[in-house]
Structures are given as structure tokens and as C-alpha cells.
Design a binder for this molecule. Structure first.
Ligand code: HEM
Ligand code: HEM
Length: 158
């Protein structure tokens, strides 16, 4: 199994911890719910990376085929879950800016803005990759996913 499963799991626990310890819990402000839903859609798509690296690393051929078949079944949803992540994050940012305004001095907002820009590029390279697949786009799509993962670690911890 890929260590990415473990890293994704840690980030999920961290996000859940932040949500349940938010001062508005259990009613929860709508921007927190929107951010968490967007995050879950991202994590669903990002798990594809963990599955792909497991396929590359395990020696058992039967397991490889099983994982590849499962991954293929999920693929038609991938583009739409990616679009939903973007939609929920737009709403998350919109409600936050409406409520609190925007300041780059605020680390949470700055890391969030960088994460949102990365997500927009990730979705754009996803569609470009679907229309015209090239090796360069594949690497770019994957690296943007990794960058977004790192930015979200910051965004959630800060
Ligand atoms: C991919 C983009 C983003 C994701 C996945 C995301 C996710 C989240 C999640 C899950 C939370 C709740 C947990 C926590 O407090 O850490 C949160 C909180 C927050 N986010 Fe984001 N976010 C994103 C983009 C943004 C953007 C663009 C902004 C700035 C406009 C922003 C500003 C904030 C702020 C200020 C909070 C704390 C709100 C509070 O404590 O009341 N986020 N975000
Ligand atoms: C939250 C947003 C997204 C994330 C985290 C994400 C992540 C990933 C990952 C990890 C892979 C496998 C990487 C590899 O090739 O090794 C992948 C593949 C792919 N993604 Fe995305 N993606 C997102 C959004 C999108 C969107 C909106 C599209 C639009 C069509 C898209 C199109 C594709 C395509 C065509 C593949 C290749 C599938 C295959 O070869 O089976 N992605 N994505």
C-alpha cells in the first residue's frame, strides 16, 4: 500500500479535528461546511494518486488488476467531483470574504487563496489532459495535486 493513503488519512483527521473544534460547532458556520465539503471532494480525487502509486509498487498481479478495474470504474466521476470541489471552494471563499473581508496578512486567507488558485489550475490541466493527453500535462496535473495537498496542510493547520 502507498504511503500516500497514510498521508491522506492524517490530513483527513486533521481537517475533522479542526471542524469539530471550531467555535461554532456543532451548529457550524456555513463557510466551514462548504470548505469541508470542497475538501472532501478534493480528497476523493486525490486518492487516485494513492491508488495509482500502489498499482505501480505492488508485485501481486491479481491485486494490480483489481485496483486498476476499480480505478477505471471511478474515472467517469473524476472530472465532476473535481468540478464540485471547485464549486464548493468558490462558495467557501465567497462567504468568508462577504463575512470577514479579505486580508493577505491573514495566513489562513493567504494559504486559502494560493490553494484555490492551484485548484483552478489543477481543474484546467485536468480538462486539457482529457481533450489532448500529453506526458507534460500528466506530470503537471499530478504536481499541481501535490502542491495543493501541501498548501492544504498549511491552510488547515494555520
Ligand atoms: C482549495 C481551497 C480551499 C480548501 C480545500 C479549504 C478548506 C477549508 C476547511 C476544511 C476549513 C475548515 C477547517 C479549518 O478551520 O481549518 C477552512 C477554513 C477557512 N478557510 Fe478555507 N479552504 C480553501 C480556500 C480558502 C480561501 C480561498 C480562503 C480565503 C478567502 C479561505 C479562508 C478560510 C478561513 C478564513 C477559514 C477559517 C474560518 C473560521 O475559522 O471561521 N479558504 N477552509
Ligand atoms: C480536485 C481536483 C482533481 C484532482 C485532485 C485530480 C487528481 C488526479 C490524479 C491524482 C490523477 C492520477 C495521476 C496520474 O496520472 O498518475 C488524475 C488523473 C486524471 N485526471 Fe484529475 N484531478 C482533479 C480534477 C480533474 C478534472 C476536473 C479533470 C477534467 C476532466 C481531470 C482529468 C483527469 C484525467 C483525464 C486523468 C487521467 C485518468 C487516467 O489516466 O485514468 N482531473 N487526476
Amino acid at each position: 500500500m502507498s504511503y500516500w493513503f497514510f498521508l491522506n488519512f492524517i490530513l483527513l483527521i486533521l481537517a475533522i479535528y479542526k471542524v469539530v473544534t471550531h467555535f461554532s460547532f456543532p451548529e457550524l458556520h456555513v463557510h466551514i461546511i462548504l470548505g469541508f465539503i470542497g475538501f472532501m471532494f478534493f480528497l476523493f480525487n486525490w486518492t487516485r494518486n494513492a491508488v495509482f502509486s500502489t498499482i505501480r509498487n505492488i508485485p501481486d498481479r491479481r491485486k494490480k488488476i483489481m485496483l486498476a478495474t476499480m480505478s477505471k470504474k471511478v474515472m467517469p466521476f473524476h472530472r465532476w467531483t473535481g468540478m464540485l470541489a471547485l464549486l464548493f471552494i468558490f462558495m467557501h471563499a465567497w462567504v468568508i470574504i462577504y463575512r470577514y473581508g479579505f486580508s493577505v496578512q491573514n495566513e489562513k486567507m493567504l494559504s486559502g487563496l494560493l490553494a484555490m488558485i492551484t485548484l483552478m489550475l489543477l481543474v484546467a490541466t485536468g480538462w486539457m489532459r482529457l481533450i489532448k493527453p500529453t506526458g507534460r500535462l500528466r506530470r503537471l496535473h499530478l504536481r499541481l495535486g501535490m502542491l495543493l495537498f501541501l498548501l492544504l496542510v498549511l491552510h488547515i493547520i494555520l
